[in-house]
Design a protein around this ligand. Structure first.
Ligand SMILES: Nc1ncnc2c1ncn2[C@@H]1O[C@H](COP(=O)(O)OP(=O)(O)O)[C@@H](O)[C@H]1O
Ligand SMILES: [Mg+2]
Length: 262
């Protein structure tokens, strides 16, 4: 019988040094298929560096990265994308002068064809707008109403939803997101989280976030980083009660507050 909880992406003893500075320190981490995990930690904790080790932007100084039990430590970011490990498109990779629907067409096309984008522009964009996958993405991610707007006219929240929709349209096995909520207003945050919730059970999602309130009802499992190390891992309550999280992340000194609690 096929296990439903097999590990899909794993870091084993991963360390990343920048000169004398250790940004990620001996991290062991396993992401299971269809899990939704959040990496939490204050600024400078090493979250983005760890994220970049998973996506292949950085090579680890020590340790290894595995995808479905295969060592991918030496794989380039493009090779990892081809395997199904995708980070959300950044703002710079939406095409600002094109419409929402044509950006989705591009994301879809890139996932199913290896031909040049130029051939797509010159011959196929219009016909591909009716592709079921593109229609479905518009609907699923609440983009139908804004499908004909140019990306440059979108709000940051609308743009972020499009980026995530584009990443998802490429149908990755693992979706990696580094602070997708940064810079968004509260209502836009709800919109982005709702878009992601629609993928629960279908995709494996790893989200990096520094604000706990944003992902407390979202992720199934939290991983808390501090000074390059994972200091706690588990459910929300478990992590919040963890002495090292209280001390390092919340900067609560339990010995003082106990004495002070008269
Ligand atoms: N390219 C780099 N060169 C040198 N130091 C870096 C680089 N990237 C990150 N760092 C350092 O590594 C530490 C962790 O940074 P980062 O991974 O960005 O943390 P976070 O994403 O949790 O805020 C910080 O002290 C940061 O200054
Ligand atoms: Mg960061």
């Amino acid at each position: 019988m096929k296990s439903t909880t097999s590990t899909i992406l794993e870091a084993k003893g991963v360390t990343k040094r920048f000169g004398a500075m250790t940004a990620v320190d001996q991290v062991n981490f396993a992401l299971k298929e269809h899990e939704v995990v959040a990496i939490l930690g204050s600024n400078g904790a090493g979250k983005t560096t760890f994220f970049n080790l998973l996506t292949g932007l950085f090579a680890p100084s020590e340790g290894s990265i595995h995808f479905k039990d295969k060592d991918i430590t030496n794989h380039t970011p493009a090779e990892r994308v081809a395997k199904g490990i995708t980070r959300s498109f950044q703002l710079t990779s939406t095409f600002d002068t094109l419409t929402v629907i044509d950006n989705l067409v591009l994301a879809y096309y890139r996932s199913v064809h290896t031909g040049s984008l130029w051939s797509l522009f010159t011959t196929k964009t219009r016909s591909l707008r009716n592709t079921p996958a593109v229609m479905e993405a518009l609907e699923t991610f609440d983009l139908t109403e804004i499908q004909n707007r140019n990306v440059q006219s979108l709000s940051l929240g609308e743009k972020r939803r499009l980026e995530i929709a584009m990443a998802i349209t490429a149908n990755p096995l693992v979706l990696l997101l580094d602070e997708p909520l940064a810079g968004l207003a509260e209502t836009e945050i709800k919109g982005v989280l709702n878009v992601l919730r629609k993928q629960f059970g279908k995709q494996t999602i790893l989200i990096v976030e520094h604000k706990i309130s944003h992902i407390q009802d979202f992720a199934q499992r939290l991983v808390v980083m501090h000074e390059g190390r994972i200091i706690a891992e588990g459910g929300y309550e478990e992590c919040m009660q963890h002495p090292e999280v209280r001390r390092s992340y919340w900067q609560i000194d339990d010995s003082i507050s106990e004495n002070a609690a008269v």
